[in-house]
Design a protein around this ligand. Structure first.
Ligand code: AHR
Length: 522
């Protein structure tokens, strides 16, 4: 429950009183931010699938960004560029969602198998009206997952495809025997692939068919029935879920289709300055633009809380998971870029958006067991931007790298009595955080300070844990729109952090303005 109290001339959000009221705190600088970590009452697993990446046939998300073809002068392996794949491997990307997005809603898988030179050219009606050569299809996607070391999340076409087409695609991918398996073998892959996740459509309320929830839920039952994998294997079926706060969608999908499913999705994008299409620039924004976006990032907490409560009604055992399989920032695309390609620069503001979301997912990890940022390369809040043979890692990439210990770690509940930070009409918690015990037993704490100008000292009670050393890294910059370019690759990069002290069960961290800090406690 949120409780508001006056503080520092503004308003503070007391996240919860339980842990904090029992802890004794030193007042290091007059008014430190108080926090407590319940290391003695560990929470759920923070599933590695929370770091799923979304790769759509959109702009240069696939072509140019990942795929350059085996004959390219850009170093590649079987057509996928080595620099980008190497950077993704370094992130330990657990799952890749493909081929869309809206693109999936009218994708016909047979267009993307067989000799590449014989594949049909289609129009990508959603994204720029450009031609889609189908050079990257099923075999190439699974080659990408192999190279990255990720599992596959294939999104099926409920929009304008048939249940039979979907069933045959699943059989082509997963079956060890039969005519479709023989066709797959003839196309170069005798062994079936493992397909961990299958999306039963995408955005059925919008580009996936503009359906009403009742109709979408009925279709979800029907199509799911025919998503069958061989004995002894398992695919997790994820329904096309709600748009932002469409709680009736989740209610209807759960009521009608839950028994056929393993997960239900949710899509929510941050697009500051309101309105649609997004008009706010990705760089060159003022402090209000910073605060606006970060306030909207915090809206994820309310959305997940309310959608989860609906799922609880129909699934109190939490058999199904909520897959937030599209999230991130969506700004006006960069000036001079191809219309419809959703190419945007990525700044320190995006790093904060990433950290806030990853922290929110920790709070809800009992229900949210997958999230997929949109998107992986060159599109929206990307990890990586490319230009010809050049590649740059974004601030968002660095946050994902810093949070790697969260993959399959155990959540340690954290409560933060944070002051608010405000600019103009926008107001949000200044400090966000999450804590985990990693698979190797070490404790990690992430803290970010959204305040664009003021540092924030946080005093954390480690309930049930003691440490003598706190080491870590910080991501910050000299400007709120600090970013990396092809000529300045390292403007925003993690640096050693020396602002943390730990003494037994007390951790004190001085967070500079506009920063993300990740610590390891020993
Ligand atoms: O990520 C871009 C688009 O956003 C996706 O194609 C669609 O699912 C969503 O509306």
């Amino acid at each position: 429950m949120l409780k508001r109290t006056a503080r520092r001339g503004g308003v503070a959000i007391l996240m919860a009183a339980t842990m904090l009221s029992n802890a004794a705190f030193a007042d290091t600088n007059g008014q430190p931010t108080r926090a407590a970590i319940a290391a003695d009452t560990p929470g759920p697993v923070y599933h590695k699938e929370m770091f799923t990446q979304f790769a759509e046939h959109l702009g240069n998300g696939i072509y140019g960004g990942l795929w350059v073809g085996p004959d390219s002068t850009i170093p590649n392996t079987n057509g996928f560029r080595n620099d980008v794949v190497g950077a993704l491997r370094d992130l330990s990307v657990p799952v890749i969602r493909w081929p869309g997005g809206c693109f999936a809603d009218e994708y016909h898988w047979r267009d993307g198998i067989g000799p590449q030179s014989e594949r049909p050219t289609r129009i990508n009606t959603h994204w720029g009206g450009v031609t889609e050569p189908n050079t990257v299809g099923t075999h190439e996607f699974f080659e990408l997952t192999r190279q990255v070391g990720a599992e596959a999340y294939v999104a099926g076409n409920v929009g304008n495809g048939s249940p039979a087409e979907m069933a045959e695609w699943v059989e082509y991918i997963t079956s060890p025997a039969g005519t479709l398996a023989e066709e797959r073998a003839a196309n170069g892959h005798p062994e079936p692939w493992d397909m961990a996740y299958f999306g039963v459509g995408n955005e059925l309320w919008g580009c996936g068919g503009n359906m009403r929830p009742e109709y979408a839920a009925d279709l979800t039952r029907r199509y799911s029935t025919f998503v069958k994998v061989p004995e002894g294997t398992k695919v997790m079926k994820i329904a096309a879920g709600a748009n932002v706060d469409d709680y009736n969608w989740t209610e209807t999908m759960m009521k009608v289709a839950a028994p056929m499913l393993d997960g239900v999705s949710l899509h929510y994008y941050v697009h500051p300055a309101g309105g649609w299409p997004p008009r706010a620039p990705a760089v060159g924004f003022d402090e209000n633009g910073w605060a606006d976006a970060l306030e909207r990032a915090w809206h994820m907490d309310e959305l997940v809380t309310k959608h989860s409560a609906i799922m609880d009604k129909y699934d109190p055992e939490k058999r199904l998971f909520l897959a937030v399989d599209e999230w991130g920032s969506w700004y006006a695309q960069d000036p001079g870029t191809t219309p419809g390609f959703l190419r945007q620069q990525n700044t320190l503001r995006d790093a904060l958006i990433a950290a806030i979301n990853l922290d929110i997912f920790a709070k809800h990890a009992d229900r949210v067991r997958m999230s997929a940022i949109a998107q992986m390369v060159n599109v929206l809040q990307a990890m990586i931007l490319t230009d010809g043979d050049r590649m740059v890692l974004t601030p968002t990439y660095h946050v994902f790298e810093m949070y790697k210990p969260w993959q399959d770690a155990t959540v340690l509940p954290i409560e933060i009595d944070t002051p608010t930070y405000s600019s103009g009409e926008y107001e949000l918690p200044a400090v966000s955080g999450s804590a985990v015990r990693a698979k190797d037993g070490t404790m990690h704490v992430a803290l970010s300070n959204a305040d664009a100008t003021e540092e924030n000292t946080v005093t954390i009670a480690l309930n049930g844990a003691k440490a003598s050393r706190a080491t870590g890294r910080i991501l910050t910059g000299d400007r709120i729109d600090a970013h990396n370019t092809f000529d300045a690759l390292q403007t925003v990069r993690p640096m050693p952090f020396r602002g943390a002290r730990v003494n037994g069960d007390r951790l004190t961290v001085t967070l500079p303005a506009k920063s993300v800090v990740v610590l390891e406690l020993n």
